[in-house]
Design a protein around this ligand. Structure first.
Ligand code: S6P
Ligand code: ZN
Length: 195
């Protein structure tokens, strides 16, 4: 059925909402265990447990060949020197690729091949796209001082697999160094925070 009311969706990049569609909100406490500095993390969670990001999604069409999309907004912020980021995931249907489209702000995507562990860190900027191949874990990082706003378009059957990321995390971290974002190997950093 070509029902214009289903096919059209108005979104607001300022609020991160899509008219009539659900939005999920991730607070800092939802990211426990993923940041390098656990002491800075608990301090930052504090009483207020700030919102790190929201994702509104359009998922009315399901099945082979169908597409979903998400409108993500990551607030600016850091835990210690590490910039705010998304949980990160593989797709449950491993072959599923995804296009990210930058709308506002500036950030990076950390990509990691699930088999070889090869990493790439790619700019996510307005008027640009990032292609996430299948079998590639992806995390989005806001390296700016304004909200990072983007859209992701992915097969309806992609799904989210968060568990492998929660267990081993990404090999690359993005930290503020002398006022600018720097990409480092996690192994070069983590010893500083081990007690
Ligand atoms: C879904 C797509 C995005 C993310 C969003 C939040 O495949 O990649 O819509 O869901 O960026 O990230 P995460 O890792 O918390 O799902
Ligand atoms: Zn995805």
């Amino acid at each position: 059925m070509l029902n214009p009311e289903d096919l059209f969706a108005a979104f607001d990049p300022s609020t991160g909402t899509i008219d009539g569609r659900p939005t999920i909100t991730r607070h800092l406490s939802d990211l426990r265990g993923l940041f390098l500095d656990s002491t800075a993390f608990e301090t930052a969670v504090g009483d207020k447990d700030p919102v790190v990001y929201t994702v509104a999604s359009i998922d009315f069409a399901r099945g082979e060949g169908q597409l979903h999309c998400g409108l993500g907004v990551i607030n600016p912020g850091r835990v210690g020197s590490e910039y705010y980021f998304t949980k990160g995931h593989l797709h449950s249907w491993k072959e599923a690729a995804e296009f990210y489209i930058g709308l506002r702000g500036r950030g990076l995507m950390i990509l990691e091949d699930e088999k070889s562990g090869e990493s790439a860190v790619v700019d996510l900027l307005p008027n640009s796209t990032v292609y996430v191949p299948g079998h590639t874990a992806h995390r989005t990082v806001n390296t700016g001082d304004t909200p990072l706003v983007y859209i992701g378009v992915y097969p309806s059957q992609a799904g989210h697999d968060y568990s492998s990321i929660e267990n081993r995390n990404f090999r690359k971290v993005v930290v503020e160094k002398k006022g600018a974002p720097a990409v480092m190997d996690r192994t070069d950093f983590s010893h500083q925070y081990q007690s």
